[in-house]
Design a protein around this ligand. Structure first.
Ligand code: AMP
Length: 205
């Protein structure tokens, strides 16, 4: 089985932003369960509508739904040399299921303190045409596109607080789980995007 990488960290840690550079450096496709669920929702599928109930309030979608989604995704041709998981696994049950279908050789944990997360997420905006992520204070969009930016429905303070609770209770224990397997590497996510990127590229070397 080919080698996959997991990008790990709390919501708003910058996983999606850093994923792009890792994809370019490794050639592995990004597999983001959050993006897959939002795509299912936009397509109006039963799975998307079921997931929406959890996503809107910031709770985790049930493991069996996520594991099914990943099992199907890993059957696709571009996954045969391993992938970059972003936002998956988020529970020990998901990690155990993943261990049966893929070999994870590196888990990159982007560490950001809770105090920074709410501010990061509530100010986050996306350009729907390019998928580019901006921030009202930290990374303002060029003025010609600012009128078309959108905000994710779950990027509000209430949902973020629930997402943080889910992260600490269900997802954070996975760091130790991977550390025990000797593949966890941490980077400081509480610095500029470029600095985080530089730490990650050192790990990839
Ligand atoms: P994200 O885009 O990764 O922040 O995910 C957005 C939302 O999708 C999360 O708050 C969850 O409701 C759901 N979600 C994404 N990935 C997972 C996962 N691996 N396990 C459970 N729920 C997930």
């Amino acid at each position: 089985m080919s080698e996959s990488i997991v990008l790990f960290g709390p919501p708003g840690a910058g996983k999606g932003t850093q994923a792009e550079a890792i994809v370019n450096a490794t050639g592995k496709p990004q597999v983001s369960t959050g993006d897959m669920l939002r795509a299912a929702l936009n397509a109006g599928t039963t799975l998307g509508l079921e997931a929406k109930k959890y996503m809107d309030v910031g709770e985790l979608v049930p493991d069996e739904v996520i594991i099914g989604l990943i099992a199907d995704r890993m059957q696709e041709d571009d996954a045969c040399d391993g992938v970059l998981f972003d936002g998956f696994p988020r529970t020990i049950i998901q990690a155990e299921a993943l261990a049966k279908i893929a070999v994870v050789t590196l888990v990159i944990s982007i560490e950001v303190p809770d105090e920074s997360i709410v501010e990061r997420i509530v100010g986050r905006r996306m350009d729907p045409e390019t998928g580019e992520i901006y921030h009202v204070n930290f990374r303002p969009a060029p003025s010609d596109i600012s009128s078309r930016l959108i905000q994710r429905k779950d990027d509000n303070e209430e949902a973020v607080r629930t997402r943080l609770v889910a992260y600490h209770s269900q997802t954070a224990p996975l760091a130790e789980w991977y550390d025990q397997r000797g593949i966890l590497k941490t980077v400081n996510g509480n610095q500029g995007m470029a600095e985080v990127g530089a730490e990650i590229s050192q790990l990839l070397d």
